[in-house]
Design a binder for this molecule. Structure first.
Ligand code: CA
Ligand code: CA
Length: 247
């Protein structure tokens, strides 16, 4: 009796584990069952949805080489929202918030303790920069420099920094990606994330960089058949075990 219940709970746990096994914090979302694969990934840690194709600005036909100025990136986002992409009209560029929670610090460091630099390691950066969190925390990539305690020491390359895990994303290249966050008091400059060095910095908004769309929160998805059947198996086993116990 107790064994059956334990087994059933175990099955349900397995099903739940399988549901999130592709990447620790990323869950696939099938927003277009007519096309193979997932169109988006839900980031459980950031409570954020990423479009699965980082080259979507190209494949959606809005820009031939996928490199745009910040206003070009924002026009693209506006186009996605006007057409209610996958039923949502609140897509946006990834954002950056100050690591210290109050104001941006623009001196470069190699340990992620300020808002400019490489090798982010701290919790602050992870929460503050959505692209940085994806690159470092979720995908486990390394920055070019070995993080040092002082943070502003000369850059010493860390082994393996050039190997990039792109996770389940398509066309996630070692490009520069715009954030939608401009410098306070200077709307002519905005933060970007460079996926080659793993560094965050800012640049004039007229520069042409890559752009990716995200939205806050999860998106409704048709459940993956395999996951759904596993969860169903677990629930049925649980019900059978409970029925057996009540008899
Ligand atoms: Ca699909
Ligand atoms: Ca272009």
């Amino acid at each position: 009796m107790g064994g059956n219940l334990g087994l059933a709970v175990g099955w349900t746990m397995l099903a739940l584990l399988a549901a999130g096994s592709a990447q620790a914090a990323l869950q696939g979302r099938d927003l277009d069952p007519g096309k193979p694969g997932f169109e988006a990934y839900y980031d459980t840690e950031l409570d954020l949805t990423w479009i699965a194709d980082f080259g979507f600005i190209r494949s959606s036909g809005l820009d031939a080489d996928g490199r745009v100025s910040l206003s070009g990136a924002q026009s693209w986002i506006a186009t996605l929202n006007a057409s209610s992409l996958y039923g949502y009209s609140d897509w946006r560029l990834p954002s950056v918030a100050p690591v210290n929670g109050s104001s941006f610090q623009l001196a470069a460091t190699n340990n992620g303790s300020t808002d400019v630099g490489v090798a982010a390691t701290g919790l602050g950066w992870g929460k503050a920069s959505e692209m940085g969190h994806l690159y470092y925390v979720t995908l486990g990539n390394k920055g070019m420099c070995t993080p040092t305690a002082a943070g502003n020491d000369a850059c010493v390359a860390q082994p393996g920094w050039e190997q990039k895990n792109t996770g389940p994303f398509a066309n996630l290249g070692t490009f520069v990606y715009w954030s939608g966050t401009t410098l306070p008091g200077d709307a002519g400059k905005a933060f970007y994330f460079y996926a080659y060095y793993g560094n965050q910095n800012y640049a004039p908004v007229g520069e042409t960089y890559s752009a990716v769309a995200v939205r806050s929160g999860d998106v409704l998805a048709v459940p993956e058949p395999r996951t759904a059947s596993l969860m169903l198996a677990g629930l049925v086993a649980l019900m059978l075990a409970l029925r057996g116990r009540n008899r």
